[in-house]
Design a protein around this ligand. Structure first.
Ligand SMILES: *[C@@H]1O[C@H](CO)[C@@H](O)[C@H](O)[C@H]1NC(C)=O
Ligand SMILES: *[C@@H]1O[C@H](CO)[C@@H](O)[C@H](O)[C@H]1NC(C)=O
Ligand SMILES: *[C@@H]1O[C@H](CO)[C@@H](O)[C@H](O)[C@H]1NC(C)=O
Ligand SMILES: *[C@@H]1O[C@H](CO)[C@@H](O)[C@H](O)[C@H]1NC(C)=O
Ligand SMILES: *[C@@H]1O[C@H](CO)[C@@H](O)[C@H](O)[C@H]1NC(C)=O
Length: 441
């Protein structure tokens, strides 16, 4: 088999996928799905000259050695004190050392134009007495834009070395998320890169109306828990046209999030793929619904598209669609795992679990690194319902691809390979004619 040709074919396919997608996007209006709040004005409106706050005017040096935290803090305070739209400029050609910092409570429209580099202190001791989960922390912000083509470097090496997943003699503790957004409305993050994040690259909690586009997140595959984009308790979120290489999930959508759209994502080696969950840890209630992942290319990842829930949780994951996903050598391309357990000791089975239903997988193609290309491991007490497979073509390098079902109910249509193994595999046509009578179940 000619490997380079195979690889080239995949690259061509992903481009075709992207071109098709652009056409699709211009024909159909995602607003109906997402209903993003009016953040258009903050995207296009150019700030007037007088409203640009240059970090050097606030004492930043940008030599990578001097602590520029105070300058950033003061520039933010000034920009926030105006009710007009203002920009904070972080110029190209400089490297700013910034310690853990809060960018808080700003109600005016702000654009943070990051053209230069922002680096974190290398040594975790700078977090002593501070919250270990945060480095660049934005909260209670409305109409904030981050843009500019610059790089944010978490300098995470020392944090990874001190992770309990790397050195098992050390107790587990949190490492900072490079950029945290908490309680936000109308957020636009574009064109920036985040490298060597200490833990998660970018997280959104309690946010309404977020667009993330054209970002590059890159951290070695061996770095522990380095999720790309983590979306929690947020609504109306769109993530598109981005490349993610990290040590954990490329995109994870958790606790009480809804109306999330993920399109055109390239998710690279070592990562854990695109995930709903984990949900229901520590017996929590969690509900995730109306999620669409449309257009992704995953290569050499541990998982492809998955839903993961812990035993003992409650709530539901429903109305989730994964479509047009190309896989290359992915270990678990399609996965629903209701026995998820990311803990040192095995997790006990419990009667409660998060209810998983109405999950569709459409147009998932490519190669699986393991023979079991499809796995639906559903709860003993709350089976998965309304799983749906269509146009699935997953091959393995060795042997024949298989699917595994445990307590999984669903249907399929079109070509599905490996063949589905649902407890009641009925054709869609039959399903549709029966749906009226099934509604009461
Ligand atoms: C693991 O951590 C312990 C305790 O901090 C330390 O003594 C040891 O050198 C570390 N091991 C490695 C391989 O870094
Ligand atoms: C994406 O971001 C890069 C900077 O990281 C920029 O050079 C490029 O023009 C952007 N692409 C688009 C389509 O905006
Ligand atoms: C989800 O929201 C419910 C209330 O609506 C809350 O009780 C629960 O703690 C939330 N779950 C998580 C994981 O945040
Ligand atoms: C597929 O991935 C596995 C590791 O998951 C690796 O050992 C193997 O070499 C890869 N195969 C190809 C053809 O890339
Ligand atoms: C939990 O239940 C599953 C499915 O019935 C079974 O395969 C697994 O061994 C059980 N795990 C434990 C820890 O009992």
């Amino acid at each position: 088999m000619d490997q380079p040709t195979y690889f080239n074919n995949y690259i061509i396919l992903i481009f075709i996928l992207m071109i098709l997608h652009v056409t699709y996007a211009s024909v159909y209006d995602y607003q109906s799905f997402l209903q993003l709040p009016g953040i258009g004005s903050s995207i296009h409106e150019q700030p007037r000259k007088g409203n640009i706050f240059h970090v050097h005017a606030y004492g930043a040096i940008g030599d990578g050695l001097h602590d520029d935290t105070e300058a950033f803090r003061n520039a933010w305070k000034m920009a926030c004190s105006l009710s007009l739209h203002s920009s904070i400029l972080i110029p190209e050609g400089y490297t700013y050392l910034v310690h853990p910092i809060d960018f808080a409570g700003c109600r005016s429209k702000i654009t943070l134009r990051i053209n230069g580099a922002i680096i974190a202190p290398k040594d975790p001791h700078y977090w002593r007495g501070l919250n270990h989960r945060k480095w660049l922390y934005f909260h209670s912000v409305e109409h904030l834009t981050l843009e500019g083509g610059g790089t944010i470097n978490g300098m995470g090496e020392e944090w990874w070395a001190r992770s309990c997943k790397i050195n098992t003699t050390i107790p587990c503790h949190h490492a900072p998320t490079a950029i945290t957004f908490h309680k936000c409305t109308g957020l636009n993050v574009k064109d920036i890169s985040i490298v060597n994040s200490q833990q998660t690259h970018m997280s959104f909690t309690d946010c309404l109306g977020v667009i993330v586009s054209n970002v590059t997140l890159s951290t070695p595959a061996e770095s522990p828990n380095t999720d790309g984009i983590h979306i929690s308790a947020s609504t109306n979120v769109e993530v598109r046209d981005s490349t993610i290489n990290a040590g954990d999930d490329c995109v994870s959508i958790v606790s009480n999030s809804s109306r999330v759209m993920v399109t055109n994502i390239v998710c690279g080696p070592g990562t854990h793929g695109i995930s709903i969950g984990s949900l229901g840890k520590w017996n929590e209630w969690s509900e995730v619904h109306d999620v669409m992942v449309d257009g992704a290319y995953l290569s050499n990842t541990q998982n492809g598209v998955r839903v993961k829930t812990w035993q003992g949780g409650s709530g539901f994951a429903t109305k989730i669609i994964f479509k047009n996903v190309w896989m290359e050598n992915v270990t678990n391309p399609i996965l629903v795992d209701q026995y998820y357990c990311d803990a040192p000791d095995p997790c006990q089975n419990q009667t409660a679990n998060v209810n998983v239903n109405d999950i569709s997988f459409v147009g998932i193609k490519g190669t699986s690194a393991s023979e079991e290309a499809i796995r639906f491991a559903c709860s003993d007490t709350i089976p998965c319902q309304q799983l749906y497979l269509e146009d699935i073509q997953l091959l393995t390098y060795t042997g024949v691809a298989t699917s595994f079902c445990w307590n999984a109910y669903g249907s399929s249509s079109g070509i599905v390979f490996p063949p589905p193994c649902f407890l009641t595999t009925v054709s869609l046509a039959v399903q549709n004619t029966l749906s009226a009578s099934h509604n009461s179940i």
